[in-house]
Ligand binder design. Structure first.
Ligand SMILES: Cc1cc2nc3c(=O)[nH]c(=O)nc-3n(C[C@H](O)[C@H](O)[C@H](O)COP(=O)(O)OP(=O)(O)OC[C@H]3O[C@@H](n4cnc5c(N)ncnc54)[C@H](O)[C@@H]3O)c2cc1C
Length: 331
């Protein structure tokens, strides 16, 4: 039954008989640093790229104020301005940027079918996926209240602002251990808030955390709330929740870092693309190629390790070059 469905979709694609259909040489999905960089390179290579921005036009950086680590901005830049610069640069070379969300794909044939939220059908020779990954939060109202005022999900991005200060990191896995160790090199004191009485992190990372003098692990603690007047000044925790020893603990901190994981935005692609167990798209090492010919992935959506604007932009460049080479061989 599934085979017939796929064949029919491919027949539709070949006949091009679906209303509202557009043929595109290079389709880019996502408007963060990876998507816009891919658009700059693809338009300069005459691939006439069409880019769908998704709901968050400009990507994750539009939710932050200062970006101080992106090369080329010696005085720093705000995230929204930087992403507007990326967009303008892509448009300068003719990239078509459209607001819209990709809701469905069919990567079963040689041509790739992509459907958007306004029911437009795009038939693309090459697709670059740059849909990013979303940090997980605990779901507390105070996380939203103090967003950009002491709450962060990225130690590499924001740790510098907390030099010499006290911070807390929430999580018990490798990311939490890495973020705590990184912050310990900058901050006076790092509290690692761990829900259980063990760490899930690898033995090597555990040893590193335990050997770092200014990291204090708060075992069996859960975050209830954050407090402060003009930003985070402290965190309220519950120790040994649900036991007879349950206790409310308040500690003074200046920064609160979430390190409980990210969700890659790959749900719509999972039927066709290989992902790791978390959902990150797998690419051929050293390239942006996925398991489907003509479909490439760039940025945080395929990067569980670095998740920075510069690495996302770099891989966007790789994806456009890979797409250009693929398309030139199609001729
Ligand atoms: C608060 C904060 C501060 C940060 N600060 C820094 C910093 O100072 N320096 C730094 O280097 N990095 C920083 N980062 C990390 C950086 O933002 C990311 O590494 C980078 O944005 C990843 O780029 P990307 O292009 O892969 O994806 P993203 O920026 O996540 O963009 C993903 C894009 O995909 C779109 N999209 C998603 N699903 C769909 C869909 N179905 N259809 C169409 N479009 C879709 C979204 O709308 C979005 O435009 C920060 C992150 C956060 C959250």
């Amino acid at each position: 039954m599934e085979i017939f469905k796929t064949l029919n979709l491919q027949k539709d694609i070949q006949n091009n008989d679906i209303e509202n259909t557009e043929n595109v040489r290079c389709l880019i999905i996502g408007s963060g640093p990876a998507g816009y960089t891919a658009a700059i390179y693809a338009s300069r290579a005459n691939l006439k790229p069409v880019l769908y921005t998704g709901l968050e036009m400009g990507g994750q950086l539009t939710t932050t104020t200062d970006v101080d680590n992106y090369p080329g901005y010696p005085g720093g830049v705000t995230g929204p301005i930087m992403m507007e610069d990326f967009k303008k640069q892509a448009e300068r070379f003719g990239a078509v940027i459209r607001f819209g969300i990709v809701t469905e794909v069919d990567f079963s044939g040689k041509k790739h079918k992509v459907i958007t939220d306004d029911k437009k059908v795009i038939i693309a020779d090459a697709v670059i996926i740059a849909t990013g990954a979303t940090a997980k939060y605990l779901g507390l109202a105070s996380e939203t209240k103090y967003a950009g005022m002491g709450v962060s999900a990225c130690a590499t991005c924001d740790g510098f602002f907390y030099r010499g200060k006290d911070v807390a990191v929430v999580g018990g896995g490798d990311t939490a251990a890495e973020e705590a160790t990184y912050l310990a090199g900058l901050c006076k004191k790092v509290y690692l808030v761990v829900r259980r009485d063990t760490l899930r992190a690898s033995k090597v990372m555990q040893d590193k955390v335990l050997a770092t003098k200014n990291i204090e692990i708060l075992w069996e603690h859960e975050t209830i709330d954050l407090f402060g007047v003009n930003g985070v000044e402290g965190v309220t925790l519950v120790k040994k929740k649900g036991t007879s020893d349950e206790e409310i603990v308040k500690i003074k901190i200046d920064g609160f870092f979430l390190a409980i994981g990210h969700t890659p935005n790959t749900e719509v692609f999972k039927k066709y693309l290989e992902t790791d167990k978390v959902g990150y798209i797998k690419t051929v090492p050293g390239t942006s190629k996925t398991n489907v010919a003509g479909v490439f992935a760039a940025g945080d959506v395929q990067d569980p390790h670095y998740r920075q604007a510069i690495t996302a932009a770099g891989s966007g460049c790789m994806a456009a070059i890979d797409a250009e080479r693929y398309l030139s061989e199609l001729k």
